[in-house]
Design a protein around this ligand. Structure first.
Ligand SMILES: [Zn+2]
Length: 214
């Protein structure tokens, strides 16, 4: 190896990529025609360039494949999201608030109140009662204002009625919620000052008394 070889070897990478001037190009071509060492060096560089190009292609393919997988995952997630939104929307639309209908939902004979020995008052619903899954107690204060179910948690000393309101549940939702508790604790009559539990029928504007403090 001589000094000339060193200069040529510096130029070989540019030569391989076709990036050197015409004069340099000619000089390199003339030299490698008669120098085996530099010829071998050029072969090595050409092989490296080919491998580099290959790995670029395979990386591109990998990126493309990953993009495709991401697309599929996003599609699946979107579909699941839309379907569950529809599923919940269905119940939201079906279970809209409606006026009470004491007769229609068989509430007169089939929704009752029991008081345990310890004073706990329970709302009891039997299988004959339609719509019972959505019966929620509502507190009505002395001014006739409904304060909602959460009123049970407040340490309220006032003298209240308890009115039960409900939401419409059609057959589909009935199946969905069927098997819920048949007996629900409302409050302890020794701890709360409620004077009665009533069932309010908006349709006939009638309050049915389920329980009254004796
Ligand atoms: Zn050489």
């Amino acid at each position: 190896m001589n000094n000339k070889c060193d200069i040529i070897k510096d130029l070989l990478p540019l030569y391989a990529e076709n990036m050197c001037s015409n004069d340099s190009r000619q000089a390199v071509a003339e030299h490698i025609a008669e120098c085996e060492s530099c010829r071998n060096e050029l072969k090595k560089i050409n092989t490296d360039v080919a491998i580099q190009a290959d790995s670029d292609v395979s990386m591109f393919k990998r990126i493309k494949k990953r993009a495709r997988i991401e697309k599929v995952v996003i599609s699946i997630v979107s579909i699941v999201f839309v379907l569950s939104a529809l599923w919940y929307a269905q119940f939201f639309l079906i279970n809209t608030d409606c006026t009470m209908d004491y007769e229609k939902y068989n509430l007169a004979e089939n929704v009752t109140v029991e008081v345990d020995d310890d004073g706990m008052l329970w709302l009891c619903v039997n299988d004959e009662a339609a719509c019972y899954d959505y019966i929620w107690p509502t507190l009505v204060d002395a001014n006739g204002i409904k304060v909602g179910e959460e009123g049970f948690d407040k340490n309220n000393k006032g003298s209240y009625d308890v009115t039960l309101c409900h939401r419409r549940v059609n057959e589909l939702a009935m199946i969905m919620f069927y098997g819920n508790e048949k007996r629900t604790p409302l409050f302890n009559i020794n701890e709360k000052d409620f004077k009665s539990v009533k069932y309010y029928d908006e349709k006939t504007d009638t309050e049915y008394v389920l329980w009254e403090r004796g």
